[in-house]
Design a protein around this ligand. Sequence first.
Ligand code: HEC
Length: 181
Amino acid sequence: MRLCTFLTMASATLLASCTADGAGPDTSASSAQADPLYVRDVMQDEVNPAIVAIWDVTNNAYNDDGELDSSLITAAQWHSMAEQAGLLAAIGDRMAAASELHAASEGNWATGEYEVPMDQVQANLDADPQGYRDMSARFAALSRNVAAAASAMDLQAATDLVGQMDSECAACHQEYWYAEQ
Ligand code: HEC
C-alpha cells in the first residue's frame, strides 16, 4: 500500500511535468483533472498499479482445493482492495469526463517495434471519442461495485466483479488500442 501511495504521487508529478512542457493547454496540473487526458500515461501510472494491487488480493483468495476462502483475506487486504477500486472508479470518471483525449503525453509518444503506434491509437480515439467516454463510465460503475463488494467483504461478488473488469479492460483495448491489428 505504501508503494501504491508512492506511485500515485509519482504520477501526479509526472502529469505536472507533462503539462508544464507545453504538451497540452495547461491549467494548473493535477492528476485529478480530466482535461487533457493522456490515456497511455493514465494506464501506466494509475490503472495498472491499482488493478495489480487488486489482483494481488483476489489471486491469493483460493485455498489448496482451489476454492474461494475469505479467511485467507486480511482486513488490511479488503481495505486495500476497496481503496484501489475507488481509485479506479475515480480514474474512470475522469476519463468519462475528458473532452480532450490524447493517446499519450508528448514525451510518452514513442513506441517499440511491436507496439501499436500512438498515432494509430489517436486515430482510434478521434474516430469515436464518445464511445471511449461511455466505456470509461461503465468501467467506473464496475469499479464502484468492486469497492462496495470489498467493503462488504463479499469475496464471491468481488471476484466475479473483478473478472468482469478484466473483460472491460479487454473490450476497450480491442476497440481503441488493437483496432487495426
Ligand atoms: C475506456 C478504455 C480503456 C479501459 C477501460 C482500459 N484501458 Fe488500458 N488502454 C486503453 C488504450 C486506448 C490504450 C492504448 C494506449 C497505449 O498504448 O498505452 C491502453 C493501454 C494500456 C496499457 C499499455 C500501456 C503502455 O505501456 O503503452 C496497459 C498496461 C493498460 N492499458 C492496462 C489496463 C487495465 C489493466 C485495464 C483494466 C483494469 C485497462 N487498461 C482498462 C484504454 C482503456
